[in-house]
Design a protein around this ligand. Structure first.
Ligand code: B12
Ligand code: SF4
Length: 424
């Protein structure tokens, strides 16, 4: 059976992202014996022609499409990013009778709404390595796939909840097609690496449980470092850990840094830190292993708002972690998420003063919070009549405390002007 896997994302917002998830699914499908073609539309100058060539030459029996982004999460001028994906699916339909199967992070947050909106045949919610080969087997033998875990079939009731791989070491490494056309000298490119999945921290607005689940699962640290070593041999030196919280658990993160150091990989890397439990020895080990930059998502400098977001840290802890990172020469990009439930002018001022006092190398301030389904934020928005019970939230909706809508954008403009280049 022939399968064509297509990464539909062509966005370069923040940085180009290589289709790591699709590469993992491709590896699992090849391991199961399927003939798998791989197409990353981001790397193609003319995506429609590339798609046409791949479908005509490959004659796939099934087409799998990875849907990463739904929108850019920018409240002031939101961009809905599914229109280009719709065009990709329409082109597949025009060129082939093969069933179209969706998957990916964006898809997994909205399995039924995205399926309906995009006009695909079915989708896999959550991780695809185990379920996608099982789905192919059902399609090959003409059996109904709708009871497979996490599989949604258009027009059918969804029957079985997602399943998560318990041991990530059981899953293959991604296929090399992921980085085949990547240029190691591209200054914008950071090669994605995943060591862990899942996050149990339950921040009030977060969609990650929908994508990766709440339980943390990890590859063994040695295998992660060896995976990076293989890529270093092919010329890559800049990596980005795509784990939601690189530092949790700290013992794992420390061991991973030690392995990267032990293999003398001479790499630079970035990661996302949750500003809680970042001991000094971990910061030192990160710096020693090549960590050049971290995303520090503290989101607010006001304890009351942090509690509303269900964050587990205090501003004081963020400050001491930030200072520790600076002392080890690690650049810090901070994040503020303003305008959520309970926000007032005073809490905004507190957050701005706090973020300013950290002297971060970069600061991203987001105004209004994207509302994702099945989150406490969605319940709050529903309770306040901001969204209706029938709103599937696929087209982005944002939470912004009504009393601040007129004042906050102007306040951010003046604050940025006052701070000049420091506020990104
Ligand atoms: C790391 C990350 C980033 C990094 C990327 C770094 C890099 N070099 O790749 C940075 C910080 C740069 C970033 C930027 C952005 N991101 Co981001 N990012 C993530 C994060 C945390 C992990 C993504 C990842 O790599 N996962 C690891 C891979 C292995 O998993 P995966 O792709 O999901 O694949 C698995 C499954 O989905 C499935 N699967 C995947 N494809 C397919 C296909 C088929 C056919 C099947 C069956 C299964 C399947 O199987 C895979 C293996 O198990 C996710 C949140 C999350 N937890 O998923 C957000 C997330 C994907 N990002 C999101 C967004 C919005 C963005 C930005 C638009 C934000 C912005 N305005 O800047 C940009 C867009 C960047 C771009 N150019 O496209 C949203 C997307 C949802 C939405 N609203 O659109 C997410 C979901 C976060 C959220 N808010 O919920 N991001
Ligand atoms: S720490 Fe990050 S991934 Fe985990 S729940 Fe909070 S926002 Fe989501």
């Amino acid at each position: 059976m022939k399968v064509l896997l297509v990464s539909a994302n062509t966005e370069r917002i923040t940085m180009p992202t290589l289709p790591l998830g699709l590469g993992l699914v491709a590896a699992a499908a090849r391991k199961a014996g399927y003939e798998v073609g791989f197409l990353d539309l981001e790397s193609e100058p003319d995506s429609q022609s590339a798609l046409r060539a791949a479908v005509e030459q490959g004659s796939p029996d099934v087409i799998g499409i990875s849907v990463r982004n739904i929108d850019d999460q920018e409240m002031e001028s939101p961009r809905f990013l599914l229109e280009p994906v719709k065009a990709v699916i329409a082109a597949c339909r025009a060129l082939s009778q093969a069933p179209v199967v969706l998957g990916g992070a964006g898809y997994s947050i909205f399995p039924d709404a995205a399926l309906a909106s995009l006009g695909a045949d079915m989708g896999v919610c959550g991780e695809g390595e185990v379920v996608f080969p099982a789905l192919l087997s059902r399609l090959q033998t003409g059996q109904d796939p709708s009871d497979l875990p996490g599989v949604h079939v258009a027009g059918r009731d969804h029957r079985t909840e997602r399943a998560f791989a318990k041991n990530l070491d059981d899953l293959p490494f991604p296929v090399d097609d992921v980085w085949r056309s990547a240029d190691p000298t591209d200054p914008e490119l950071w090669i994605p690496v995943q060591s862990r999945r899942g996050c149990p921290l339950d921040c009030s607005y977060c969609s990650t449980p929908q994508i990766e689940g709440r339980s943390v699962r990890a590859r063994s640290t040695r295998r992660v470092a060896e995976g990076i070593a293989r890529l270093v041999k092919t010329g890559f030196r800049r990596f980005q850990f795509v784990d939601n919280t690189f530092n949790l658990p700290p013992s794992y993160a420390l061991e991973l840094c030690r392995w990267i150091g032990a293999l003398r990989l001479n790499i630079v890397w970035r990661c996302i830190l949750y500003p809680h439990h970042v001991p000094e020895d971990l910061v030192a080990a990160m710096a020693g292993a090549g960590c050049a930059e971290v995303s520090l998502g503290f989101e607010s400098g006001c304890t009351r708002i942090l509690r509303r977001m269900n964050k587990r840290f205090e501003p004081g802890e963020v400050r001491s972690i930030s200072e520790g990172l600076a002392a080890h020469g690690i650049r810090r990009q901070g994040f503020l998420l303003l305008g959520g439930p309970g926000e007032t002018r005073e809490s905004v001022e507190e957050s701005l003063a706090f973020a300013g006092s950290l002297n971060l190398e970069m600061l991203k301030i987001t105004l209004g919070i994207r509302i994702y389904p099945h989150t406490p934020l969605a319940s709050t928005a529903l309770g306040e009549g901001l969204i209706g019970p029938e709103d599937d939230l696929l087209f982005p909706r944002f939470y912004l405390v009504p009393g601040l809508a007129g004042w906050l954008p102007a306040r951010l403009t003046t604050w940025r002007e006052q701070r000049g280049r420091q506020a990104g």
